[in-house]
Design a protein around this ligand. Structure first.
Ligand SMILES: NC(=O)C1=CN([C@@H]2O[C@H](COP(=O)(O)OP(=O)(O)OC[C@H]3O[C@@H](n4cnc5c(N)ncnc54)[C@H](O)[C@@H]3O)[C@@H](O)[C@H]2O)C=CC1
Ligand SMILES: O=C(O)C(=O)CO
Length: 325
C-alpha cells in the first residue's frame, strides 16, 4: 500500500507527480483558518509531511500518530521541534547546500544596498525628489576594504565571507560555536569571541540558525558594543535579534544602518516602526528566492522525503544525531 503524505504548500507539477508516483498525496495550499480542521483530520493517517512556512508545533503533530518522516523545504529547521520529533523517533529532513550561493548573493545585496543607501536614493529619484546633485548628507559608505564580521560561519556564512574576501577585499572575522579551518585558510578569516567581533566590525552579519541558544542573541547590549558607523545585517531568523532594541539602535544613532531579510513576525506589518526608518533596508525573506534555487530546494525536499520513508537517512537528516537508529 502507498504511504500517505501531506503536501502543505504548492510545488511544481513534475515534483508533485514524483511524490504521487510513490505516495498517496493530500494537498493543502498552505495552512490557514479555513483549512486547519481538514489538515488536522488528514494528520490522523499521515506517514509523511512535506512543505514549509507553517509552524509544526508538537500539539499539532500529536494529531499525527503514524508519522514516520517530515521534510521541510528549507535549510532552517526552526518550524519543527527537533527534540519532540526525536522522542518520537521521527526524522526531520531539510535542504542544506543547494541555497548557499543564492542566499549569500541576497545577503551581499543587503550589504551593498544598506551601505550605499540604494533603496532610499532610488525612492528619491522615483518620487521626483532628485532636484540637484546629492550632498554629503546622502553619501553612502564604502564596502570594499572594510571589516566584515560573520556571526555563524556555517555554509551560508562562508559563502558571504567568500564574496567579501575575493570580491571586495574585505577583512573577514567571525565568531562561531567552533573554529572553521577552511575559512581561516581560504579567506584568511580571524576567529574571535562575539564581543570583540561586535566592537571591531564595520559590517556585522548574523547567519546562525534559530535555536534556544541563539534566540535574542543580539539585543540592546550587543548593539551598544558595535561601532557607531556599523551596519548590521540579519539573514538568519528574526527571533535571533531583539527587534525593538534594533529599532532603538537605528533611531538613536547607536549604529548607522541595518539590512534585514527576516523578522520576528513574518510577513512584517506595514505598521512596524522599522518601515519608518530610512536607515533600514527591508527584504521580504527572499534569501533563497530565485526560480532556480527554489526548484532545487523542492527537488531536494521531495527526494529527502521519499528516501526517509524508505528508511534512507544518509543525506540531509537534521536530527539524525538525536534519533534512536
Ligand atoms: N534568509 C533566508 O532566506 C535564509 C535563511 N537561512 C537561515 O540561515 C541559517 C544558517 O544556514 P546554514 O549556513 O546552512 O547553516 P549551518 O548549520 O551551515 O551554519 C550555521 C552556523 O551557525 C553556528 N552556530 C550555531 N549556534 C551558534 C551560536 N549560538 N553562536 C555562534 N554560532 C552558532 C554553527 O556552528 C554553524 O557554523 C538557517 O538555519 C536559516 O535559519 C537559511 C537560508 C535562507
Ligand atoms: O531555507 C531556509 O531556511 C529559508 O529561510 C528559506 O530559504
Amino acid at each position: 500500500m502507498k504511504k500517505k503524505v501531506i503536501l502543505y504548500r504548492d510545488i511544481p507539477a513534475p515534483e508533485r507527480q514524483r511524490l504521487e508516483a510513490q505516495c498517496d498525496v493530500t494537498f493543502f495550499d498552505g495552512i490557514n483558518q479555513d483549512n486547519q480542521q481538514a489538515f488536522v483530520s488528514a494528520l490522523a493517517d499521515a506517514d509523511g509531511l512535506i512543505g514549509s512556512s507553517t509552524d509544526m508545533r508538537p500539539e499539532l503533530l500529536d494529531r499525527a500518530p503514524k508519522l514516520k518522516a517530515a521534510s521541510t523545504i528549507s535549510v532552517g529547521t526552526d518550524q519543527y521541534d527537533l527534540n519532540y520529533l526525536a522522542k518520537r523517533n521521527i526524522p526531520l529532513m531539510h535542504t542544506p547546500g543547494v541555497l548557499n550561493e543564492t542566499t549569500a548573493d541576497t545577503l551581499f545585496t543587503l550589504i551593498m544596498c544598506t551601505a550605499r543607501r540604494a533603496i532610499e536614493l532610488s525612492n528619491m529619484v522615483r518620487e521626483g525628489r532628485w532636484t540637484s546633485n546629492i550632498g554629503e548628507s546622502l553619501y553612502g559608505t564604502d564596502v570594499h576594504g572594510k571589516t566584515l564580521g560573520i556571526i555563524g560561519m556555517g555554509r551560508i556564512g562562508y559563502a558571504i565571507a567568500k564574496r567579501g574576501h575575493f570580491g571586495f577585499d574585505m577583512k573577514i572575522q567571525y565568531s562561531n560555536r567552533s573554529r572553521k579551518p577552511d575559512a581561516e585558510q581560504d579567506l584568511h578569516a580571524t576567529y574571535m569571541d562575539m564581543e570583540t567581533l561586535l566592537k571591531t566590525s564595520d559590517f556585522v552579519c548574523v547567519m546562525t540558525p534559530l535555536t534556544a541558544q541563539t534566540e535574542r542573541l543580539i539585543g540592546a547590549k550587543e548593539f551598544a558594543l558595535m561601532k557607531k558607523s556599523a551596519i548590521f545585517i540579519n539573514g538568519s531568523r528574526g527571533k535571533v535579534i531583539d527587534e525593538a532594541a534594533l529599532v532603538d539602535a537605528l533611531s538613536n544613532g547607536t549604529i548607522r544602518a541595518a539590512g534585514l531579510d527576516v523578522f520576528e513576525v513574518e510577513p512584517l506589518s506595514g505598521d512596524s516602526p522599522l518601515c519608518k526608518l530610512d536607515n533600514a533596508v527591508l527584504f521580504p525573506h527572499i534569501g533563497s528566492a530565485t526560480a532556480e534555487t527554489r526548484l532545487a530546494m523542492i527537488t531536494c525536499a521531495v527526494d529527502n522525503l521519499l528516501n526517509a520513508l524508505n528508511g534512507d537517512l544518509s543525506q540531509n537528516c537534521a536530527n539524525l544525531h538525536l534519533l534512536n537508529r
